[in-house]
Design a protein around this ligand. Structure first.
Ligand code: HEM
Length: 212
């Protein structure tokens, strides 16, 4: 007989941050496309309105990132435990998980990782989220702040290599976010049902897979 068991995986502050951040990043990507390629993309009317929306979304993403960091570091205190891969993850866990996504998943074999509130990410998620949340997001925010304040922060901009270096770095990181979005959404659908991993991002609770 099968019975459904649920675990509380995603606390409310993380859920609010996640969807606000997702909306912000998607807005940044689309407005960014118009700002970078105005001759091909015109979704938000004038060039100026695309820039205004881009800057506003950037500020929303930056503030919510600060709150996310504060929450995981000082309220939940689980940033290192959840987001930093351990030696075992790096030596074999990442490869086992990749093998599941590329091969075993299509044979209907079970996911080698079982989420618990103390270990909710598989080794690939840990590596990807660590890179996104603690390297790329802070970098895109910093380069964005510099680009929004070119004249007052002139000296700092020269130290990091000038405006061209800054614009290129900001654009390259944005491309990483673009690529991440597609992979992230696709991999999120590979639970025991296509929306199994979406449910805890909505109400916090994930259904535990029945292995019997
Ligand atoms: C429309 C866009 C997005 C959708 C549909 C989406 C969907 C999801 C889903 C279903 C999960 C839970 C399963 C999992 O961990 O894979 C998740 C978690 C997560 N997503 Fe997204 N996501 C989106 C955008 C983003 C963006 C733009 C970022 C970062 C820049 C991001 C970062 C994360 C992180 C860090 C987690 C883990 C949260 C935690 O439990 O601490 N997501 N996302």
């Amino acid at each position: 007989m099968s019975h459904k068991e649920y675990i509380y995986l995603t606390p409310m502050p993380v859920r609010i941050w996640h969807w606000l951040n997702a909306l912000g990043i998607v807005t940044l990507c689309i407005t960014g496309l118009q700002i970078r390629f105005p001759e091909y993309v015109n979704i938000f009317g004038t060039y100026k309105s695309a820039i205004t929306l881009h800057n506003t979304a950037g500020i929303v993403v930056s503030i919510s990132y600060g709150l996310w960091l504060f929450y995981y570091m000082f309220v939940a205190g689980t940033l290192a435990k959840l987001y930093v891969p351990n030696l075992e993850d790096l030596k074999s866990g990442i490869f086992r998980q990749a093998f599941f996504y590329f091969f075993n998943y299509f044979l209907g074999r079970p996911n080698p990782h079982h989420s618990t509130p103390d270990n909710k990410f598989n080794p690939m998620q840990k590596a990807a989220y660590l890179m996104i949340m603690l390297v790329l997001l802070p970098l895109v925010i910093l380069t964005g702040i510099l680009l929004m304040n070119v004249s007052p922060l002139r000296e700092l901009i020269l130290i990091v290599g000038g405006i061209k270096v800054l614009v290129s770095a900001h654009f390259l990181i944005a491309c990483c976010f673009f690529a991440f979005l597609f992979v992230h959404i696709y991999l999120a659908t590979l639970g025991h049902s296509p929306f199994a991993h979406f449910k805890p991002m909505w109400d916090g609770w994930e259904e535990v897979e029945d292995h019997h």
